[in-house]
Structure formats: C-alpha cells, structure tokens
Write a protein that binds this ligand. Structure first.
Ligand SMILES: Nc1nc2c(c(=O)[nH]1)N[C@H]1C(S)=C(S)[C@@H](COP(=O)(O)O)O[C@H]1N2
Ligand SMILES: [Mo]
Length: 221
C-alpha cells in the first residue's frame, strides 16, 4: 500500500543548512543537562511555533493515511487511521528545541505513546535503531533507546486541536529530548533496524543523535 517516497531534492535550504553544519554555526561549546537547565545551550525561547520542512507539505486524507511498522519486530503491522485511533490515547506536555536555535516550552500533545506502539509490535533483541520515513520523502534515524523515551508520542493533536497540515498533521512524531528534526512530520513508516543509519539531515552534516543539552547539532566529521 505505502510505496517508498522518493528522496527529497537538493534545495537552497538544504545547501544553507549543510553550510551551517560545515561551519559549526550556533555552537556555544557548552554542555548542560535537562535537570539543571531547562533551556539547552545556544537556544532562545519563542512564543510562536515556526514551520520548518523541506517545502513539500503533503495533504494526507484519513482515507489515504497508513502507518507501516516493519523490520526487526515480532509483529509487523500496517495501521489505517481508524485502527491507529483505536490504540490507547495519551496527553503529554513537553518542550521543543529546534537546531536552528528556537525553543518553545509547554506544548500539549495528544496521541499514541511510542511505548504503546512498541508493546504492540515487540522489537526483536537485534533491533537497535529506527529509520523513519514520511509522506514527503523525509527520513530521519533514531536509536531505539531514544525512540522508546517515555515522553515520545505519535501525536495527532496539539493544544487540543488536530495538528495542522503544515506542522505534520494528521500525525507526527514528537521526541522532546532531541532536536526537533528527529520529530518526523507526516510519518508513514517506522522501520526497526539492527544498525543506526543516517536519514536526510544526518547525511547532510547533522548529528546522528542530536541531544540539545550536549549541543549535538552537527556530525563530528
Ligand atoms: N516529514 C518531515 N518531517 C520533518 C521535517 C521535514 O522536512 N519533513 N523537518 C524537520 C525539521 S528540520 C524540524 S525543525 C521540524 C519542524 O517542525 P514544525 O514545522 O512543526 O515546527 O520538523 C522536522 N520534521
Ligand atoms: Mo530543523
């Protein structure tokens, strides 16, 4: 049902952000911890919610929507919209930290906790990472230990309203403890893998993990 989306094209944005990575732009050299500093080094607070993506904002109807969960799992599954909404629904509040230096506190999310999805598919002992693919062709990778964070959520609602198309509706991932590029909008495929492989930004100079408190903005090489 879900075909592999094609890789996004090289754009001006990609070229600019690749250049920032090469220059180490925005790096403060400070290391911090979430329990002592709510705001990670080099970040500033915003009240609005900026839109950032590769410029293709797919319009996915509830009819077309699918979430394909595959790879190193005991129970691969393809969910349609109705079966996704039938999973346990949870609300959480968390902060956003974007690598372009803005942070936004106290975002209320509603949806399916990643941990509830993991209970359903049971990653095998070999599974070490996930590759996420979105309807716009975007990819990003996470270690399973980060994806399984207790506040990671497959979100359908923000502040009580369905997430708008520009912010990744009808469903996006939110992994609050990593830079926001790891939080795939319009998510359609979760592939569990034995090895952590780079996604789109990770191939373009950005860090494999992306911990804001350790300022893991860019790859080391
Ligand atoms: N599918 C998809 N997800 C994506 C992106 C994208 O281009 N496509 N951009 C990422 C980046 S770089 C950021 S900072 C956040 C921005 O989310 P927002 O537009 O809701 O603020 O989405 C992330 N998820
Ligand atoms: Mo970003």
């Amino acid at each position: 049902m879900t075909d592999t989306p094609t890789e996004p094209e090289d754009s001006k944005l990609t070229a600019t952000k690749r250049k920032w990575a090469a220059e180490g732009r925005f790096l403060t050299g400070r290391i911090s911890r979430p329990d002592t500093d709510r705001l990670p080094p080099g970040q500033h607070l915003v009240k609005n919610w900026p839109v950032l993506d590769l410029g293709q904002q797919p319009q996915i109807s509830e009819m077309q929507w699918r979430l394909d969960v595959r790879g190193a799992v005991e129970q691969a599954i393809t969910l349609d919209w109705k079966s996704f909404l039938a999973l346990p629904q949870t609300t959480v509040i968390s902060d956003i930290h974007c690598v372009t230096t803005w942070s936004r506190y106290d975002n209320g999310w509603q949806g399916v906790m990643v941990r509830d999805l993991l209970d359903l598919v049971h990653p095998t002992a070999e599974a070490d990472a996930v590759m996420l693919t979105s309807f716009d062709g975007y990819t990003t990778n996470l270690l399973l230990s980060d994806f399984a964070a207790e506040d990671a959520i497959l979100a359908t609602h923000w502040e009580g309203q369905p997430i708008s198309r520009e912010h990744g509706g009808p469903m996006r991932l939110v992994v609050p403890h990593l830079y926001f590029w790891k939080s795939a909008k319009w998510l359609t495929r979760i592939e569990f893998t034995r090895q952590d492989r780079p996604g789109f930004w990770e191939k373009n100079g950005y860090h494999m993990r992306g911990d804001p408190w350790q300022e893991q903005r860019y790859s080391d090489d």
